[in-house]
Design a binder for this molecule. Structure first.
Ligand SMILES: [Zn+2]
Length: 476
């Protein structure tokens, strides 16, 4: 009988914090920007400069720790992780090894198999490195230090996950908690959330862990799932053929669907960590910790309960809307403006989800404002535009956040309520379609649908279908 294997997975998740300035200097953290324009002597590692910790970084790190049930370290330090690489101008990265800011947390995930706790070993703060650009010039590489010194937290899980489904559920949970806190936008494609997967396999029932590898370069949930499957198979094949798994860092190539070795995996001692003498120790007072605790937002579970009580929309809608902080904020603000929870929810659940799916976007990417969605709902309610026109306007609003009132006026999309004009259109349609008219008069009720369609077409879609229907019945 073939042997059964168990996959053991732990994650190191890097999250770029949403501070306006870098972790140890006043440079901007904005994404993009011309190369080396968001830099200063501190974040380019000039001799004689001194780092000063950005207090907001510490606040976000503590807030994430509290949201993930960690113990917050009240007296902490930064350490230097020494390595030479051109994207790292100081030749060391300021990180935390000995006293990370948070420890021993957990988050609950839910998969088909049920609920499960995934342990968090620690969360530490560190600075990001610059970016090397290899393809632009043929004979050399370029370096951009705009990202150098952007604040990161690294969330290190326990090896508690057993398959890709659990890994994705864990990442989604982390992303949601952090987005709710406003501590990061957590965009995998832009690198503001990056996951390294540590994976080993062992015979089912074995007590010892197998040798693990670490996979990098995973920038979508899909790539993560595929990399886990690929690496599991690779390791099992090695073991079955009597070879050994080597502890190493591997790079996943999602295009080819395979991974290759980058370097042998280092241990902490390879980096010669030592406490950073330039930074004062961190002390978190009782008062400040209490303040951060008090400022924790309403998280999803509480929000779902409140929506159920306050808005009377279906559970399914609540689940989808609260699954994204951005969508939940948009929903609440639009309802506050127009007082129509069911209608707001409908626009989000039907048209918004359809367009997001069609364009491969995340709910966090929705750009239209609550003001404009409220205006659109009022236009439909007041019968200024009909449902078909509303959908067309919505699609443009989804793309460019236009003001629907102005747009409808400019394009002349308002429903024609002038009964005289409608009567004339109906008369013409009746005259032009004798066959359908005869069918209707002979009792084929369905024929009226065609005539309504023809009238709507003649009115360029700008009529109230209910009114057209009534006029047709009257005039036939
Ligand atoms: Zn700087």
């Amino acid at each position: 009988m073939a042997k059964q294997y168990e996959t053991v997975i732990g994650l190191e998740v890097h999250v770029e914090l949403a501070t306006k300035t870098k972790i140890f200097c006043g440079c901007s953290t904005a994404f993009g920007g011309a190369p080396n324009t968001h830099t200063c002597p501190v974040c380019t590692g000039m001799p004689g400069t001194l780092p000063v910790l950005n207090k907001k970084v510490l606040e976000y790190a503590v807030a994430v720790g509290l949201a993930t049930n960690c113990t917050v370290t009240r007296y902490g330090k930064f350490d230097r992780k020494n390595y030479f690489y051109p994207d790292n101008p100081q030749n060391y990265q300021i990180s935390q090894l000995y006293l990370p800011i948070c420890r021993d947390g957990s988050v609950e995930i839910e998969t088909e198999a049920g609920k499960k706790q995934v342990g968090i070993h620690e969360i530490h703060m560190e600075e990001d490195a610059g970016k090397l650009i290899h393809d632009e010039w043929e004979d050399c590489s370029l370096v951009d230090y705009n990202r150098s010194g952007v604040p990161l937290i690294e969330i290190v899980s326990e090896p508690d996950m057993r398959n890709a489904e659990e890994v994705i559920a864990y990442l989604e949970k982390l992303r949601m908690l952090i987005q709710y806190l406003g501590a990061s936008d957590c965009k995998l494609q832009e690198g503001s959330m990056r996951a390294d997967v540590n994976l080993s396999v062992r015979e089912a029932g074995a007590a010892e862990f197998g040798t693990r590898t670490e996979m990098k370069n995973l920038n979508s949930f899909r790539a993560i799932a595929r990399a886990i499957e690929g690496e599991r198979e690779r390791q099992i094949e090695l073991i079955e053929s009597g070879q050994k798994v080597v502890q190493e860092t591997r790079r996943w190539d999602d295009g080819k669907g395979e991974s290759y070795a980058m370097r042998s995996k280092e241990d902490a001692q390879d980096y010669r960590y030592f406490p950073d003498p330039d930074l004062a120790p961190i002390v978190i007072s009782d008062e400040w910790l209490a303040e951060i605790k008090a400022a924790q937002p309403e998280f999803r579970t509480e929000k779902m309960a409140r929506y159920k009580k306050e808005y009377g929309i279906p559970d399914y809608d609540i689940e989808i809307i609260t699954g994204s902080k951005h969508m939940a904020d948009l929903f609440e603000e639009t309802v506050r403006l127009c007082g129509e929870p069911k209608k707001v929810s409908n626009w989000l659940m039907v048209e918004t989800l359809r367009l997001l799916k069609e364009r491969g976007m995340d709910p966090e990417d929705i750009c239209f404002s609550p003001e404009n969605l409220a205006k659109l709902i009022r236009l439909v309610d007041g019968k200024s535009i009909n449902g078909t026109v509303a959908k067309e306007v919505f699609e443009i609003m989804f793309e460019k956040d236009i003001d629907p009132e102005k747009y409808v006026e400019e394009k002349g999309l308002e429903t024609v309520s002038d009964e005289g004009a409608l009567r004339r259109a109906v008369e013409e349609v009746i005259a032009a379609n004798p066959k359908s008219v005869e069918d209707y008069r002979n009792g084929k009720g369905k024929a009226i649908g065609f005539l309504v369609g023809q009238t709507m077409k003649a009115m360029k879609g700008k009529a109230d279908p209910g009114m057209v229907n009534r006029l047709l019945k009257e005039m036939l």
